[in-house]
Design a protein around this ligand. Sequence first.
Ligand code: ZN
Length: 627
Amino acid sequence: MGIVLQNIPKEAGITRVEYEGPKIALYTKNPRFLYENNQIISNIVNSIKKRVVVRADKSIRKPESEAKDILSDNLPDEAKVSGIIADTALGEILIEANDPQFLVIDKGFDQLSLIEKTGWMLKIKKAPHIPSPTLQTIYHTIKAGSDERERIYKQTGEKIFRSRLVSDSEVSIHTLGGFQEVGRSSILVKSSESKILLDCGIHPGAKNPRDAYPRLDWADIDLGDLDAVVLSHAHMDHQGFLPALFKYGYDGPVYCSEPTFPLMILLQSDFVKLASMEGTSQLYDMKDVREVIKHCITIPYGVVTDVSPDVKLVLNNAGHILGSSTIHLHIGEGAHNLVYTGDFKYAMTSLFDSASWNYPRVETLIMESTYGAKEDIMPNKEEVEMSLVHSINQTLKEGGKVLIPTPAVGRSQEILLILDGLMKKGLLTESPIFTEGMISDATAIHVAYPDYLSRDLRKKIGEQGENPFISEYFTTIDHPSNRSEALQEGPAIIMATSGMLEGGPVVEYLAELAPSEKNKILFVSYQISGTLGRRILDGARQFNRPNEDGKIRIVDVHCNIERIEGFSGHSDYNQLMRYVSRLRPKLKQVIINHGEKRKVENMAYTISRLFRIPTYNPMVLEALKIY
Ligand code: ZN
């Protein structure tokens, strides 16, 4: 703070220098001066090597309603602004615009004068094309909890920027979940100064609590001692336990990418809703999910962020789902570099670029191995799409309906784009495509974060103003009473959640469509054993449905059942091997996780033999010293 104050001239009107989580916030009465002399801030950043942010001093802030009026009067109509949301904890106003490309200096937009007129900093964001209830919940909670968030930011900053107690570095990892298994991913990283939890998932198929949740009991740590939780992506098996941490006393920061935040809140909220509908005992409730919202600090890809006195964090694209990240920890002033891949796809998909591999340094790699067996080779994109075309056309031509059970986050958006593209090309028979369930909220979140999509899609959305998720073929069923539209006579494609026929609207459609030979159930995602999806795939030709009067009805399955493989957000065997070979300089060690025992063993054996790198495949409840 001494350096900061020494380097800033009086005209800057600095009133306070404050921690804002992992950043240093400079409060100013004269934002114009700092904007027009922006080399001052870059000099400070270069000399202190910390993230710095400029904030408007409270004394120049206009009351919220007045500031909003000023903005409404001055924002250009072409931008189609759909929301103006104030965040009082940061003194920042979020402007959601359908065409944010009109809110840039090149288009004559004078952001600085609006900052001066209102006394609030401005953040501009793309608005989703359809409402996202999850984003609304987040905005509301952030606003209501603004005092608490101010406290959390300050407390987090004080912890991060305290001076180091020891000079030498030691690093170990403790396997709490997701080793020699798929589910409840969680790793505790301990350095001389800090304790950081990477992922915190649940195991959806587990039979008892000891196998269902990360083994924090074994790690024997006080939740108050944790410096940070860092998340790789929004899937429940990587973050579903997080609200329980807050329920049991965690009060620290959660770091993740910008889209991971709303996507995980969507899935956690659905988890709470489902548990209350089934009347099963609740692991946590919405109160705990709101704590997650208040403690979440998002960071963009590629930005170096201090998360404890001796650990810096960088997130990079993992290519798996929207916002999925590889986690790079830089420990002890360069003593050791650890990269945890999370779930990753080392290949282009319709939605995302291939996972990042270009790390300046990495000594320890922790890598997933979902497809770690030699035979796990996926057909290429064209082949997969052609089998999709063939399968769907066959049913549509006979006037039947195709029901595709899909998880809300991940493959749904990819399949929507592929179906639309194939119909426009004339390869797929034209028919309406109906979606129901959390798919529409998740799709809205995809549109709200175009920066996290592939280069092609970014260009389409950003420069050409196109929205690939809007199509004449798509219809959203937003209420159960409208299902008749999707079910009326004639060919149609219906996509609904959940992906494994375990609850959700898909089961209602299944009950209507399964009895007729004309229709087809098309599985495009992995079916975990024990689920209705897996039972039907394995040949079950009847299932039970409770009627409205509570009586059980037996539904016969006469429709066609088919599965198409190859729509996966995971690297296949070849892609995993290629990824390891690509990393430079040479790795010191590899640790394999997130895979069935046989696959993990095969991956570890092959890497150590082929690349001559020491490779380990620990079980859950092991501790390894890595530096
Ligand atoms: Zn995943």
